[in-house]
Ligand binder design. Structure first.
Ligand code: ATP
Ligand code: MG
Length: 491
């Protein structure tokens, strides 16, 4: 464990880190920060949830000269939610240095952004599409940029942002510093790096495994039409603090969210067809714990850091192995443990084994949960609620009635009745979901349904070359128009 103290950081940054409650630097922070502070270009790779955001936020904040009122730093992120989150994190690191930050993302009123730009932010955090819009309108100029960070660089390339990113990097001064971070890398990133970075230092935290050991990984072989019952049984048994359930398509996410609500769970959905206002509301409710189940497409797979996510469920097996790594990485963050559960239909079992082979990690097969186990789980939840009420509620207004009841019935019967009333009885309400086709990505004719663009040798199910992915040469896709970026069948 390294101390931040050893990294030669400025006082305001040290004070901010202290306030954030960080005692020591994580491995990637200890390794990447000194390199980045020298001004060198860097590729940083470390497992999910290991603090890469702070690893680039510190050098960024240290680099900014707050005596100057122009944009000096740029951070690109693949999704809007991540853009907001990274802006908040860097805002915290830069608080005492008074670094002004501004998130710029699609779906938000552009005039509001133009107005906010008048406050002369030092660091802009942006999704590529919207940034390009601003560059074209000349409302943002990048000729004063000293440092660029690409967070989740591989994902941005996968999403078809390659042309946008190239044109953004071309607009920045040649002598800028470029940092690139992700938990997963692939050849396309290397070729981007070769084109736009100089004298690159590779900082990779040597991990035994691609996935985080603190995440327990299990799977269930379950026929498509039984998935919902199995999920609700698991939710009853496991009673997650917060859970993310990943579905393959937007339709799937909508249907699943409604099904869970029908069965009495507090769920909400996130995907690219929602308005930005809806997306913001969903994320806020999930972060506040007002909903405890977030049903989402892969739009939530990358970078999102919500504390309290104890469980991730892959209701549908992800389209590729990197997506698996990032999805399950929404739990087991910052040293906490988590459980990642994947459903595979009988025809998809081979995909699961491929994930095991490539991540070099066994995923344990478990027997399907029974109705009896789920019933017991629900009763335990009811019991917890009752015990919680005993501990945290002022019950004085109920005591007279309670005494009256105890004159007529014995306490065992009364408590049992209270438990019965508290036990959820909606978990088996029949709901039908539209069936998803099993994952098949072997032949080119199936690839048209593939979320991912370029071939990723050894990482993609089936291994063959992709012919119709998202970066199929159809030009840049703007995040201002999420529908284009997120094919209906994928997100
Ligand atoms: N030095 C530290 N000590 C304790 N917690 C930390 C430290 N640095 C970061 N964290 C916390 O760890 C969590 C994960 O950090 P972060 O989101 O940066 O991970 P990441 O490596 O970017 O993961 P991903 O690959 O999923 O994007 C955050 O809640 C962050 O506040
Ligand atoms: Mg991250």
């Amino acid at each position: 464990m390294s101390q931040f103290m050893d990294l030669n950081l400025s006082r305001p940054v040290m004070k901010a880190l202290e306030e954030m409650g960080f005692e020591s630097a994580t491995s990637i922070q200890a390794q990447a920060i000194p390199v980045a502070l020298t001004g060198r270009d860097m590729i940083g790779q470390a497992q999910t949830g290991t603090g890469k955001t702070v690893a680039f936020s510190i050098p960024m904040v240290e680099m900014v000269n707050t005596d100057e009122d122009y944009v000096q730093g740029l951070i690109l992120t693949p999704t809007r939610e991540l853009c907001i989150q990274v802006a908040e994190e860097i805002g915290k690191v830069g608080l005492y240095k008074r670094v002004r930050t501004l998130p710029i993302y699609g779906g938000q009123d552009i005039n509001r952004q133009i107005k906010a730009l008048k406050n002369r932010p030092h660091v802009i955090i942006a999704t590529p599409g919207r940034l390009i819009d601003h560059i074209n309108r000349r409302t943002i100029r990048l000729n004063t940029i000293k440092m660029v960070v690409l967070d989740e660089a591989d994902e941005m390339l996968d999403m078809g942002f390659v042309e946008d990113i190239e044109s953004i990097l071309k607009t920045c001064p040649d002598n800028r510093q470029t940092l690139l971070f992700s938990a997963t890398m692939k050849p396309a990133v290397k070729s981007l790096a070769q084109k736009f970075m100089k004298d690159i230092e590779h900082v990779a935290v040597k991990a035994q495994e691609v996935t985080v050991p603190l995440i327990e990984q299990v799977y269930y072989e379950v026929p498509e039409r039984q998935k919902l019952d199995v999920l609700t049984r698991l939710l009853d048994i496991q009673n997650p603090e917060l859970a993310i359930v990943f579905g393959r398509t937007k339709r799937r996410v909508d249907e699943l969210m409604n099904a869970l609500i029908t069965r009495g769970y507090q769920a909400d959905g996130l995907h690219g067809d929602l308005s930005q206002r809806q997306r913001d509301t969903v994320m806020r409710k999930f972060r506040d714990g007002a909903v405890d189940i977030l049903v989402a497409t892969d739009v939530a797979a990358r970078g999102l850091d919500v504390s309290g996510v104890t469980h991730v469920y892959n209701f549908d097996i992800p389209q590729d192995i990197d997506s698996y790594v990032h999805r399950i990485g929404r739990t087991g963050r910052a040293g906490k443990s988590g459980i990642a559960t994947t459903f595979v239909t009988p025809r998809e079992v081979e995909h699961l084994h491929q994930i095991e082979r490539i991540t070099k990690r066994k995923i344990t097969k478990l027997p399907l949960p029974t109705i009896a186990e789920a019933r017991l789980g629900k009763q335990r939840i009811a019991m917890d609620q009752l015990v919680d009420a005993v501990a945290h509620n002022d019950l004085s207004g109920f005591k007279n009635l309670a005494e009256e009841l105890l004159e007529q019935h014995d306490s065992l019967t009364l408590v049992s009745a209270a438990l019965k009333l508290l036990t959820k009885n909606t978990s088996e309400v029949p709901v039908t979901l539209t069936a998803e086709q099993p994952l098949r990505v072997k032949g080119p004719q199936n690839r048209s349904k593939d979320r991912r663009g370029p071939a990723r040798p050894g990482k993609q199910f089936g291994g063959g070359r992709n012919t119709a992915g998202r970066s199929g040469g159809k030009g840049p896709k703007k995040d201002a128009r999420p529908r284009k970026k997120e094919p209906a069948f994928t997100r």
